[in-house]
Ligand binder design. Structure first.
Ligand SMILES: *Cc1c(COP(=O)(O)O)cnc(C)c1O
Length: 358
């Protein structure tokens, strides 16, 4: 039976990429060794990491005055690195509270400075993105932090708030490379790789040059963006194999039409699923229509027992990892770039059958 993996992360990767990695696993090119065995300072590896960065720059049209960093520690370490490095002029920053990861980011930032929360969607179980206006932001703060796509609650920003000139710092873990964004609109973007980029263990940071060098003097070298940038992400050994796989994913996206093509595909996949959910008498989508995520589709039957039964039945038919996050229950279909439309169609078929029987 064909298995479709709807996991929220680590998540499915393009089959073509996995097969290429398999072909190159033992001997990479003419090197006579595996990428896993290479010195990160070797010419062969230099070529791999440089191409990965170049391809990511091409995909996202990253301007020249932005650095690309390949770090470790997951998006969660960025919850700390962002305030340590950037909450340093005014000692305060705005955080928009739109879900569980935003809350974690807030908790870490509070250890560094003052956190201001001008908008939250906690009142309705984080089912929407709050409205924001320019007058909510005063200039005497260092940045505005947002979670671009809320992985657990299935919402996303379809337009950015007007932050009154403050740089936007965005946690893009679950939506990077899924649709066109303008890097220029952000001061810093970060993303754990394991949703839309590659294997866990790699974190991508895209930072504007003028935001480097703002960390206090006593900051650990590993936590200082400037140190990481000056050393080309090689202050220490980077996650070499994860960067290699990420590079294969970037090249795969370019080969298949870039961000425009994958965005159209993602919108088509999401529309198929939401259209069905909107028409279903049994399953209900939980996110507000205007803020629906293209990557994580959350829904419920309204009956926890029935949800559980559906998750089990779906699994028996090859639809796996569709259970909602432990904090919210229900179902969540994570439909990242690498999820084929066949997976969506199969899921809808299984839901239709279940609905008929229920
Ligand atoms: C998965 C996720 C995280 C946590 O990422 P780690 O790499 O496990 O630290 C943070 N933010 C968002 C939006 C996520 O989807």
């Amino acid at each position: 039976m064909k298995i479709f993996n709807f996991s929220a992360g680590p998540a499915c990767l393009p089959e073509a990429v996995l097969k290429q990695a398999q072909r190159e696993l033992v001997f990479y090119g003419e090197s006579g060794m595996s990428v896993m065995e290479m010195s990160h300072r070797s010419a062969d590896y230099e070529a791999i990491i440089e191409k990965a960065e170049m391809d990511l720059r091409q995909l996202m049209s990253i301007p020249d005055d932005y650095r690309v960093l390949f770090l470790q520690g997951g998006a969660s370490l960025q919850f700390s690195m962002v305030p340590i490095n950037l909450m340093t002029t005014h000692g305060r920053a705005y955080y928009i509270k739109t879900g569980a990861f935003a809350k974690k980011a807030i908790e870490e930032a509070k250890k560094v400075g003052e956190v201001l929360i001008p908008a939250s969607s906690e009142d309705k179980m984080f089912s929407y993105i709050p409205n924001m206006t320019k007058d909510m932001f005063s200039a005497s703060a260092d940045y505005v932090h947002i979670t671009q796509n809320n992985t657990i609650y299935g919402t996303r920003y379809s337009k950015l708030p007007d932050t009154n000139g403050l740089p936007i710092v965005s946690d893009m873990s679950s939506s990077i490379l899924s649709e066109k964004i303008s890097v220029r609109d952000y001061g810093l973007i970060y993303a754990g790789a394991q949703k839309n980029i590659g294997p866990a263990g790699l974190t991508v940071v895209i930072i504007r040059d003028d935001l480097l060098g703002k960390a206090p003097k006593n900051t650990s070298a590993m936590l200082d963006y400037k140190v990481q940038a000056e050393n080309g992400s090689m202050y220490n050994t980077p996650p070499t194999y994860a960067i290699y796989i990420a590079g294969l994913v970037f090249a795969h996206l370019i080969k298949n039409g870039g961000i425009e093509a994958i965005e159209a595909y993602n919108k088509k996949k999401a529309a198929l699923l939401y259209d069905y959910l909107d028409s279903s008498a049994l399953f209900k989508p939980t996110a507000e229509k205007k803020d629906r995520s293209l990557m994580n589709v959350t829904f419920v039957t309204g009956d926890a027992e029935l949800d559980k039964k559906f998750v089990a039945e779906a699994k028996a038919q090859g639809i796996v990892n569709i259970k909602g996050h432990r904090s919210v229950g229900g179902m969540r279909a994570s439909i990242y770039n690498a999820m084929p439309v066949e997976g969506i169609n199969t899921l809808i078929e299984v839901m239709k059958q279940f609905e008929k029987k229920a």
